[in-house]
Design a protein around this ligand. Structure first.
Ligand code: ADP
Ligand code: MG
Length: 340
């Protein structure tokens, strides 16, 4: 296997055209993903967080070409998978799997668990029937489904168990990368913890790489090695998990983190209330996408889009507060928000 990141996403864009009128002319477009870049190392968990509508799911879907990207590069083991024909990509597709929030809509209710697990093996023409049987028993054990549960149908299971079936269905193909899109968001907290622990065990056991997508910063903190914070289709900040939660640099990340209830009662937190809603992705603001809700916005933020730059080692942020010569404002900002 090649060295370096297993996945590199470079300047990825996905614009959905907005059509109107009787001739369905493209009037404008929704900039769901607007030029994001990141990489994921083998067996790492990289998470994308941000409020609803900021482009997390679209990022996952365009990487897998479920929706074709508008532009950009997606390198899997250093090969640009966007340059493959659809037929070539189909062969690679088993290496990259996606698990969604609602397993009910992705599991055919008329099929037994056994057949749900057999289906991807047949679709990708992966192995003989005898081997398929073994693989099904093996993956069932790994995700905690008993032999007798294999004959049952999705409606006979609880939400957490259904998500185990979805995980088994994705992993039976021996993927290298799994994209988990709000995979535990619909579950109760105690079940969430069980599924997260299962995902972490499977990652180690099967040497998996995860792209974990979630709006829930508590869940993300638990499972991630590194985290990227998205807003209006753009990356606002990225750092390793501990660094991001201890020392958030971007006002958007600071606001999101300030909204998480503290588990320590002696620890007083200053809550920053985010004003207003996420702007329309078809008509984003000029300059910085976050400036209309930013407590520290100044004139320049309306005129010039901040560069996405490495502010500290492996810690990236897109904010004018960290431009050279803005040191005074940065210090002023950190002390005034005083989150920790
Ligand atoms: P998230 O997963 O972070 O909640 P999404 O990627 O689902 O965000 O959506 C990002 C933006 O793209 C939103 O403004 C959403 O309305 C828009 N969008 C998502 N899917 C489509 C689609 N198929 N057609 C048009 N707009 C879409
Ligand atoms: Mg989503």
């Amino acid at each position: 296997m090649s060295k370096g990141p297993i996945l590199k996403v470079h300047n990825l864009k996905k614009y959905y055209p907005l059509k109107s009128g009787i001739f369905k002319k493209t009037e404008n477009s929704v900039r769901a993903v607007d030029g994001i870049s990141f990489h994921i190392d083998p067996q790492e968990t990289f998470s994308l967080v941000g409020e609803s509508g900021c482009g997390k799911s679209t990022t996952g879907k365009t990487i897998l070409r479920l929706h074709e990207p508008t532009s950009g590069e997606v390198l899997f083991n250093n090969k640009d998978i966007l340059s493959y024909s659809k037929k070539e990509f189909r062969k690679k597709r088993k290496d990259l799997q996606m698990i969604f929030q609602d397993p009910y809509s992705s599991l055919n209710p008329r099929m037994s668990v056994r057949n749900l697990l057999l289906e991807p093996l047949l679709t990708h023409d992966i192995c003989s029937k005898a081997e398929a049987k073994e693989r099904i028993i093996d993956i069932g054990k790994k995700v905690g489904l008993s032999k007798e549960q294999m004959s049952r149908h999705p409606h006979e299971f609880s939400g957490g168990q259904r998500q185990r079936i979805s995980i088994a269905r994705a992993l039976i193909l021996n993927p290298k990368i799994v994209i988990l899109d709000e995979a535990v968001s619909a579950l109760d907290v105690s079940i969430q913890a069980q599924i997260l622990n299962l995902l972490m065990d499977l990652q180690e056991d099967l040497k998996l790489t995860y792209l974990f997508i979630s709006h829930d910063l508590n869940v993300v903190k638990h499972i991630s090695n590194r985290v990227g914070v998205m807003y209006l289709g753009q990356m606002m900040e990225m750092a390793n998990t501990e660094e991001l939660y201890e020392n958030p640099l971007h006002p958007y990340t600071q606001s999101l983190l300030s909204a998480i209830p503290s588990t320590d009662p002696t620890h007083k937190k200053q809550r920053i209330i985010l004003q207003g809603d996420v702007p329309d992705a078809a008509n984003p603001p000029t300059g910085c996408p976050f400036r209309l809700r930013c407590p520290k916005a100044h004139d320049r933020c309306a005129i010039e889009k901040p560069a996405y730059q490495e502010v500290a080692k492996d810690h990236w942020a897109a904010c004018h507060l960290y431009d050279k010569g803005e040191q005074l404002k940065k210090n002023d900002f950190i002390s005034s928000t005083n989150l920790i």
